[in-house]
Design a protein around this ligand. Structure first.
Ligand SMILES: Nc1ncnc2c1ncn2[C@@H]1O[C@H](COP(=O)(O)OP(=O)(O)OP(=O)(O)O)[C@@H](O)[C@H]1O
Ligand SMILES: [Mg+2]
Length: 283
């Protein structure tokens, strides 16, 4: 099955595919797809039927493109860049034109604080306790939304542990809004507690952030990780220790709003590109 929405999501993620080639292979009139991409026209049912086998040959899969890709940013250690990565990788993907939702599932509420977002009447906590309450979502900047949290979320730990299927509740909440986004990134607390498990249950994958042990053994450390976890994707992109990250956080600005030409902003842009390429290889 192919819809205009899922086709657009697929094309955004596979920008190397030539639109003219797709039109030719699906025998569509010239510029049909470019019109859809710039919003000046819609595809009819026949177009979609003709396009379906063509995009399938290029790796389209309805299951993958009808919903957002959900990624938990995890590490049980504190202060290893989880929140920073959630915010700025999210921003990098949003800057590439993807619709991104960040979910703060850390009672410290650092992600919400860093982005200068105050919780409203409801927050993630309420959606976990009562499945009828939709995730309270606020806009941060273009293409970038957040479901914020604060310390109130800490009481969810006990409540979720006492509920059968408690660890599946975030997954249920996300399933209701997933089609509105390309990517959903979840900022997890520094612990393997029920909140982190809840996030992982809702995710297609995890991104583990880590700090170098020391500069002198950094290269060996990376090689060791690659060897020990050969079944995991270890990113080549590295985020250096840069003062701009701390300055941006103090200003409550995202890194590309703080300085879009800085090394700090471009390092997350590079990570975003490498992440997108890693997905291309899979579907
Ligand atoms: N690449 C970097 N260069 C310099 N400072 C950084 C960098 N990445 C993060 N920081 C700073 O390090 C501190 C910890 O980062 P961050 O909050 O992202 O870690 P965390 O893993 O989310 O921590 P916690 O486990 O407490 O949630 C923050 O003050 C942040 O501004
Ligand atoms: Mg954090």
């Amino acid at each position: 099955m192919l819809t205009q929405d899922t086709l657009l999501k697929f094309l955004k993620r596979h920008s190397a595919i030539s639109i003219a080639t797709l039109e030719r292979e699906a025998q569509l009139p010239k510029n049909t797809l470019s019109g859809v991409i710039n919003g000046s026209r819609n595809l009819n049912e026949k177009h979609l039927l003709d396009l379906f086998p063509v995009v399938t040959r290029y790796g389209y899969n309805h299951e993958a493109f009808s919903k957002a890709r959900v990624v938990s940013i995890i590490n049980h250690k504190g202060g290893v860049g989880k929140t920073t990565t959630t915010a700025y990788l999210g921003e990098a993907l949003a800057n590439q034109g993807f619709k991104v939702l960040l979910i703060d599932i850390d009672p410290q509420g650092s992600l919400s604080e860093v982005l200068n977002i105050r919780v409203g009447n409801t927050q993630v906590f309420h959606s976990l306790l009562n499945l009828e309450v939709p995730l309270a979502i606020q806009n941060v900047q273009k293409n970038l939304d957040i479901a914020p949290s604060d310390i109130e979320l800490s009481s969810a730990e006990k409540e979720l542990s006492n509920k059968i299927g408690g660890e599946l509740r975030l997954r249920v909440a996300i399933s209701k809004i997933s089609k509105n986004y390309d990517f959903i990134l979840i900022d997890c607390p520094p612990s393997l507690n029920i909140l982190t498990i809840t996030a992982m249950q809702a995710s297609n994958g995890c991104l583990i952030t880590t700090l170098p042990k020391s500069n002198s053994i950094h290269r060996e450390y990376k090689e060791l990780i690659r060897k020990q976890f050969s079944n995991l994707k270890v990113f080549d992109s590295e985020i250096k220790h840069l003062i701009d990250f701390q300055k941006a956080m103090i200003e409550h600005q995202t890194i590309s709003v703080f300085n879009k030409n800085s090394e700090a902003a471009s390092s997350y842009q590079n990570l975003g590109e490498e992440y997108l390429q890693s997905l291309d290889k899979r579907n």
